[in-house]
Design a protein around this ligand. Structure first.
Ligand code: IMP
Length: 431
């Protein structure tokens, strides 16, 4: 048996879709365990680029693709994603399984996400406006959460929905002075329409995964968002509302933590972030702009330009600790091909102290000055390299130093957007 969790180590957009695609090749199933359509995973094959938001990246390999109980699912977005993928020739519906315990994103969640962000002015989080936060808030409030499985019992669903909608309408008008109002019966009809489309996919996915565990099947658990956006371990309050870190896989799928065999952390060879919040190695200059253009750093989900900066080992040390990382998969190495020198942030200086791990307190991260180690660049294209030893010596040095400083071996490297532009190491590089 071998089950692998693949997670992002930074602030998202590390290229998890690419890495999942490689490990999904031998997997019996790919399982998402948290988040919703705030995620954007891209898999590029030839001229086709598949942008996945809710559906696990394993669908591109036509594998059973499970949306686990820890997710929040907007059925309207799901149906659009299914139609998009089917329009590009993929078979989707027969491969898709949705947990009956996953929570529904409702129209009022999107309205509340927008209203709350607008009301927060400069203090806003910079969310994707997909209703993620309000849906998780309702889940944990217990009184307001609605689950996919609830759609099976129309009368129960209607009875739960009416008082919830009345309360949300009051919240929108009284707290946010919004004119948007919802009609419970119209939402009921809309969601019953969605159920007619996806009802056949809703099942006890935890049992499916459990049976696969017992058979000894290979399973890939696909994390969305990333470690530094984790509700507990990220840059709170500038985080998402779920648990992207590896422990979230057990809870968000319904298998025990003893059934997870290894954790791969995906790390971009530099750093990017969308939305607000601390980012000590951010480059608010022409170098940052240059990296953005080279790396096409614009959000898959929202199209927003991403903030860019150098690689931050303090972030990776935190990710290694929070996830128990076994391996790193380093992506976008080729984006650094043209730099004569590459600064690597090995620690921070905070109020005269040297700090080696990303601090928890917001005000400390805001005062953190990166301490850089200057790595020599390689000024040679890497996109044709297919083994570690084919990489220019300075690129090897850069990767070795990352493995050494994080104490995590590297098992994979990507050197371009195409599916085959990968180096998958039989013997992971450990400095
Ligand atoms: P939310 O998840 O829409 O509530 O957004 C909360 C924060 O997480 C915002 O800064 C978003 O930009 C960020 N975020 C959420 N999902 C992703 C992702 O998949 N990639 C990058 N940033 C994300």
């Amino acid at each position: 048996m071998s089950s692998t969790v693949i997670i992002g180590t930074q602030w998202g957009d590390e290229g998890k879709g690419r890495v999942v695609d490689v490990y999904a090749a031998n997997a019996a199933m790919v399982v998402r365990y948290q988040g919703g359509d705030n995620a954007g995973h891209t898999v590029k094959i030839g001229t086709q680029s598949y942008a996945l938001h809710l559906i696990p990246s394993g669908i591109v390999r036509q594998k059973p693709s499970i949306l686990g109980n820890g997710m929040v699912i907007n059925p309207k977005s799901l149906l659009k994603e299914i139609a998009d993928l089917e329009g590009r020739g993929l078979t989707v519906r027969p491969h898709l399984y949705i947990s009956e315990d996953a929570h529904l994103i409702m129209p009022y969640h999107l309205a509340l996400d927008g209203a709350s962000e607008r009301a927060s002015g400069n203090g806003k989080i910079g969310t994707t406006l997909k209703g993620i936060g309000p849906a998780y808030v309702d889940k944990f409030s217990r009184l307001h959460g609605l689950r996919l499985g609830d759609l099976r019992n129309a009368e129960y669903f209607r009875a739960r929905l009416r008082p919830i909608v009345a309360e949300k309408n009051a919240l929108l008008t009284q707290l946010y002075q919004s004119e948007v109002q919802f009609d419970a019966d119209a939402i009921f009809d809309e969601y019953l329409g969605y159920y007619a489309e996806i009802g056949g996919m809703i099942c006890d996915t935890a049992e499916m995964v459990w049976q696969a565990v017992k058979r000894g099947d290979e399973i890939v658990f696909e994390g969305a968002n990333a470690t530094m956006l984790d509700i507990d371990h990220g840059t709170y309050p500038y985080v998402t509302c779920s648990t992207p870190t590896a422990g979230g896989a057990a809870v968000g799928v319904g298998v025990g933590p003893t059934k997870i065999d290894r954790v791969i952390g995906v790390v971009k060879a530099y750093t990017s972030r969308v939305g607000e919040g601390p980012f000590p190695t951010e480059l608010k200059n022409e170098i940052g702009d240059h990296i953005r253009e080279l790396g096409h750093e614009y959000g898959t989900t929202t199209g927003r330009p991403r903030r860019c900066g150098w690689l931050d080992i303090c972030v990776l040390r935190k990710a290694a600790r929070a996830n128990g990382l076994d391996y790193l998969a380093v992506t976008h190495l080729d984006i650094l091909d043209g730099f004569a020198e590459i600064p690597l942030c090995v620690a921070y200086e905070i109020d005269g102290r040297r700090v080696e791990i990303f601090p928890s307190a917001l005000w400390e991260t805001e005062r953190a000055t990166p301490i850089y180690e200057m790595m020599p660049g390689w000024l040679t294209p890497t996109n044709g390299c297919r083994s570690f030893t084919e990489l220019p010596p300075n690129a090897q040095r850069y990767l070795n130093r990352v493995a050494e400083l994080t104490d995590v071996p590297i098992c994979m490297i990507t050197v371009g957007n195409e599916r085959q532009q990968n180096i998958v190491m039989e013997h992971p590089v450990s400095a």
